[in-house]
Design a protein around this ligand. Sequence first.
Ligand SMILES: [Zn+2]
Length: 207
Amino acid sequence: MIPKEDNTYQQYHRRVFAHHEAGHATIAYRLGRKFDHIEVIPSLTPWLIQFGGSMGHIDYIGLMYDETKRGIEALDEVLSKQLQAIIYTYAGPVAEARLEIDPNKASIMEYLDCIEKCLDMGKGAENSDYEQIEKILQGIENVKLDRVKPESFRFFDRMYDPERMMMRAISMVEKDWDAITRLAKVLIDRGRLSYDEACVVIENEDR
Ligand SMILES: [Zn+2]
């Protein structure tokens, strides 16, 4: 068990979770997904450790779909938003790993391993990134079986390949790494940021 007075330990975890949430928030913002707020709590309690709980949180606002779209257009919109959801869900664990490993100095395999490790930590926990992605992929698979002709399966699987989404998340996190670290820093200071406050930090390069 971790002693509560161990400040270094708490600070370390707060920093890790702040980057994780800043990763989700920055990439969600870039892809047009709104959230109500992001936050990191001050310390890890023994209860949280025991139940694999998180020190950070992002509260997304429900996905909105254009009701006027029909048929293939509507399907296309649903699927592209689901794909984006996979990307910004991956962006949390990717940002967490990016804090540990600089892909310019380490091998891509080391980096990918570290991302997998960060993602696996939530395995089995309700609403963890791992579970979210599994849920979205299952939804996409159902759409495929329901609406796609078997001869188009290959094309569909190539389009909706989770590995591709992971690579996309990695390149987006890399490109926006300055904004993510800036946002994480402000989040550590303030504990909680609304969507509008987070957007200002992401956009303001001089902070
Ligand atoms: Zn997360």
